[in-house]
Design a protein around this ligand. Structure first.
Ligand code: HEM
Length: 370
């Protein structure tokens, strides 16, 4: 069958797209030049949110099954890389919007009430589906965040909250990572004793060091002992110990140990893609946080201390969300538990072989030396 010829304008639905910019200021009979930029920038963001959600669909599908194929993890990592680039574009768009001065904005701001970013259902979906939990949100009013959305959007976002987020799916995947425990080797024990040896060596060195005063020595030894306590909390403490060692901790111990394992042995062929995937999750978190911060600063610059059109305290509310609405901060906190590679316990041969890419026909013996 031959496809019907497609034209550029038809394919891109330009008649709809290019007629979708309808400035309120023109309708009010006092045309404000900068409103066109304001509308287009917001529309472009919504299109990019759509793309991000589209990538999240695929990532969720990959991790939703009982078995996650390594090749699919590479595709999921590419999806995350794309999300990161989209978010970076979003951060750059703030520079573009800032070519509008606060005075230019005042020419039409009064016509926008009570419309607000609070009503962006797609932005809320990005947050929820990545894994931002209701209880972790900064609440500035009594009503829940979804009440700003239409009824249909509210039903949808509540469904999305009930479903497993990217955070949940990644946590489950991590807790199933092989190699962390094999018949004869347990990563948890091997790393724990390697770390204890390394830290005790550092304590002995500090106690001997002539370069330190007595008070400096005491402070250093105390800091090192605290580091050991943090490790103990990770390896065998209660969830409360773990929360104290790394405040705000959310991921279960099994997933944390697997993520640590992936970070420590990231050069092993089988761990390179998982390592990239975890790094990209941090990039997503970092870029979204950067966007929140830049958006808050832009808002401060545009409206100073005025309230937002959606009724919040404006820049003050937005600044509070910057740190509070982080999603993958556990992966960042992991560095608390990293030790230099010299303290890293060597992997047993059978584990290294299992993770090697050097396959050979059965019986050739070649794989034995991989
Ligand atoms: C002159 C430019 C802008 C100003 C003055 C501004 C102002 C604000 C204010 C004050 C809020 C807090 C809610 C409220 O009380 O209304 C807010 C929230 C929000 N804005 Fe903007 N905004 C601007 C541009 C943008 C752009 C370009 C986007 C892109 C989509 C955007 C997306 C959002 C989102 C998603 C929220 C909700 C954030 C959250 O609750 O964490 N804003 N904005």
């Amino acid at each position: 069958m031959v496809n019907k010829p497609v034209s550029y304008a038809d394919y891109l639905k330009l008649d709809v797209l290019l007629n979708a910019q309808v400035p309120e200021s023109a309708a009010a009979g006092r045309e404000a030049h900068d409103e066109m930029l304001f509308i287009i920038v917001h529309q472009v963001y919504e299109l990019w949110f759509k793309q991000i959600l589209f990538e999240i669909d695929r990532i969720e599908a990959i991790f939703a099954g009982d078995w996650v194929d390594d090749r699919d993890v590479a595709a999921a990592a590419n999806g995350l890389a794309r999300i990161v680039e989209v978010l970076r574009l979003g951060v750059r768009q703030i520079d573009l919007l800032e070519t509008m001065t606060p005075l230019d904005f005042l020419d039409f701001r009064d016509l926008l009430y009570p419309a607000s970013g609070f009503q962006s259902a797609q932005f809320r979906a990005v947050e929820v589906r990545l894994g931002l939990r209701r209880e972790d949100r900064y609440a500035f009013e009594d009503q829940p965040f979804e009440k700003r959305l239409t009824e249909r959007e509210q039903t949808r976002i509540l469904d999305q909250e009930r479903a497993r987020s990217v955070f949940d799916l990644v946590e489950t995947w991590l807790s199933r990572v092989p190699f962390v425990e094999t018949a004869g080797w347990r990563f948890r024990e091997a790393y724990r004793s390697a770390v204890a040896d390394a830290v005790r060596g550092d304590i002995a060195y500090a106690e001997r060091s002539a370069a330190l005063s007595d008070s400096q020595r005491a402070a250093q030894v105390k800091a090192l002992e605290q580091e050991l306590d943090r490790f103990d909390a990770l390896f065998s403490g209660t969830p409360a110990d773990l929360a104290e060692a790394a405040p705000g901790w959310r991921m279960g111990r099994g997933a944390v140990l697997a993520a640590l394992f992936i970070n420590l042995y990231r050069d092993e062929p089988a761990l390179q893609v998982p390592f990239r995937f975890l790094s990209l999750l941090m990039d997503v978190d970092e870029t979204l946080t950067t966007w929140r911060f830049r958006h808050a600063l832009m808002v401060e610059r545009m409206i100073g201390r005025k309230l937002g059109t959606g009724g919040s305290s404006g820049h003050s509310y937005l600044h509070k969300t910057v740190e509070r609405h982080r999603i993958f901060s556990d992966l960042f906190a992991l560095a608390t538990f990293l030790m230099p590679s010299r303290a890293r316990p060597p992997l047993p041969d059978e584990v290294r072989r299992a993770m090697s890419l050097a396959y050979a026909p059965a019986g050739s013996g070649a794989s034995e030396s991989a």
